[in-house]
Design a protein around this ligand. Structure first.
Ligand code: FAD
Length: 466
């Protein structure tokens, strides 16, 4: 396997442009085909969400390619969740008891543009825009494209093809339709969709509400969130059922009903959003789904990565971070020095799939947590206890959220197993009185750790038996 090999990457989104940069740094000949115009030259809406929560797994990938110093100026730290109740009262719930653990709001477009520019600095990386992949012949390792400039179709040949073309991947469709091997595929839609709205900047680019938090208006059946942008605005997202409940996307059809809904449930947000009605009717409503599939590769010819392999719902703020981590993990396998792509792809998938399955499940769990649980007294009591553990015993305890978000050196699956066991231990012991908030913190930590280990051991034995 020589570095002169021609690698084709389909899709220059967040994952594809990072992968192109990394493989370019490693010396491969990389061609990237992207269906949209070059976002650095044409003002296109960045796509599915204007800003994203960027955290430690993403940071690790930026460090791998040596551009973290260029990424950080695009970031706004969000120290915790700013919870807004129906009366408009707010409370800031930190993400961690450790001061240095927080997430960042980052512009999707800004980050994608930076990655494209960094990738193109390598002479061996060529990115072509307006080229839509129609299908992939994974046996011949060729892909069929439509060129939006010339209106012609053409076939691109490569030694190996990576598909980073997002949740609607053309390669994944070709695997499925090709029926040449056993390909498992599932797509599960949430009952809720989302719509992006906005809080515009205040005077001179000031922020109309607290800048350094991820704002949440959780209302059990639906929720609103807002993340800050560098220009003083916030991107607001409404998550709401398509067709259930008194208010849903299908029946919010008039200006009056939209205002009535916001007046009733999001009054303090509405006061910051004089532009609400225009945003509501101009912006699309989009579905949210989870994609799982396997295998990700066909022999040593083709590989799915990023959302193309594992699209998840956005409630853990990890889809992009996981897609970036794909590149970090793939790079590790390249370092192992395997002699052929098939082995590399096999090892990568065997290492990685359990973790992307886990973050998919965790993201669904967090949908329920953000909508409602964050408002419940027992959830808050648990969080307060965990904050205190993290503050007082920073090297001994990490909550599930911290394990997933700030512990980039453990996989999502291990974070999920330990995190869930801890949650169960604390909630059970709070419920039966074994754990008393007023007891000494150290003894509470010992009780939680012992009970967590017992649960993990029971789960392990149950897993062996099943
Ligand atoms: P994409 O970003 O979708 O990129 C795919 C690229 O391929 C695009 O450039 C597309 O134009 C191109 N393409 C598609 N089809 C073709 C084709 N046929 N031929 C050629 N090119 C093609 N993640 C987080 O980590 N934090 C968050 O806070 C967060 N919030 C989110 C909020 C919402 C509402 C949504 C929907 C997602 C959110 N995500 C978040 C997830 C994140 O957006 C994705 O996980 C991430 O964009 C995946 O990157 P990707 O490169 O795999 O796919």
């Amino acid at each position: 396997m020589t570095k002169q090999q021609n690698i084709l990457i389909i899709g220059a989104g967040l994952c594809g442009s990072l992968l192109a940069l990394r493989l370019g740094q490693r010396g491969y000949n990389v061609t990237v085909m992207e269906k949209r115009p070059d976002m650095r030259k044409v003002d296109i809406s960045a796509g599915r969400s204007i800003n994203l929560a960027f955290s430690d797994r993403g940071i690790k990938a930026m460090n791998l390619v040596g551009i973290l110093d260029k990424v950080m100026p695009l970031c706004i730290p969000m120290k915790g969740r700013m919870l807004h109740d129906v009366e408009g009262n707010t409370v800031l719930a930190p993400y961690s008891g450790r001061e240095d653990e927080y997430i960042n709001s980052i512009s999707r477009g800004g980050l994608n543009e930076l990655l494209l520019t960094e990738a193109e600095k390598h002479d061996n990386v060529n990115i072509h825009f307006n080229k839509k992949c129609l299908s992939v012949d994974f046996e011949k390792t060729t892909a069929l494209f439509k060129d939006y400039d010339t209106k012609k179709e053409f076939i691109e040949d490569a030694d190996v093809i990576f598909a980073t073309d997002g949740a609607g991947s053309a390669l994944r469709k070709s695997y499925y339709l090709g029926k040449k091997f056993l390909f498992s595929f599932s797509q599960d839609w949430l009952s809720h969709g989302y719509k992006e709205l906005s809080i515009l900047p205040g005077e001179n680019g000031s922020y109309k509400t607290f800048k350094n938090a991820l704002h949440i208006w959780g209302r059990e059946a639906f929720m609103l969130i807002a993340l800050p942008n560098l220009d003083g605005s916030f991107t607001v997202t409404l998550f709401l059922s398509f067709d259930e409940g008194e208010y849903n996307f299908n029946n919010l059809t008039t200006k009056e009903r939209v205002l009535e809904f916001f007046e009733k449930y999001f009054k303090d947000a509405l006061e910051l959003m004089p532009n609400l009605v225009d945003d509501f009717f101009e912006n699309p409503t989009s579905p949210l789904g989870t994609v799982k599939c396997s295998p990700w590769h066909f022999k040593g010819n083709t590989l799915l990565m990023g959302d193309a392999a594992h699209a998840i719902v956005p409630f853990y703020g990890q889809g992009m971070n996981a897609s970036f981590e794909d590149v970090t993990e793939f790079d590790k396998v390249l370092d192992e020095g395997h002699q052929d792509w098939e082995t590399i792809f096999k090892v990568y998938e065997a290492n990685r799939k359990k973790d992307t399955d886990a973050i998919a499940d965790l993201a669904i769990d967090n949908f329920y947590e953000m909508k409602g649980h964050v408002n419940h007294p027992n959830f808050r009591e648990k969080r307060n206890l965990e904050m205190a553990f993290e503050k007082e015993f920073p090297t001994e305890y990490s909550s599930k959220y911290s394990l997933v978000t700030f512990n980039e050196d453990i996989g999502y699956r291990d974070a999920m197993l330990r995190g869930r066991a801890q949650d169960k231990a604390i909630l059970n012991m709070l419920a039966d009185g074994t754990l008393n908030i007023n007891d000494d913190l150290k003894s509470n930590l010992e009780k939680v750790t012992t009970e967590t280990d017992n649960i993990l051991e029971d789960d392990r034995i149950a897993g062996l038996k099943s």
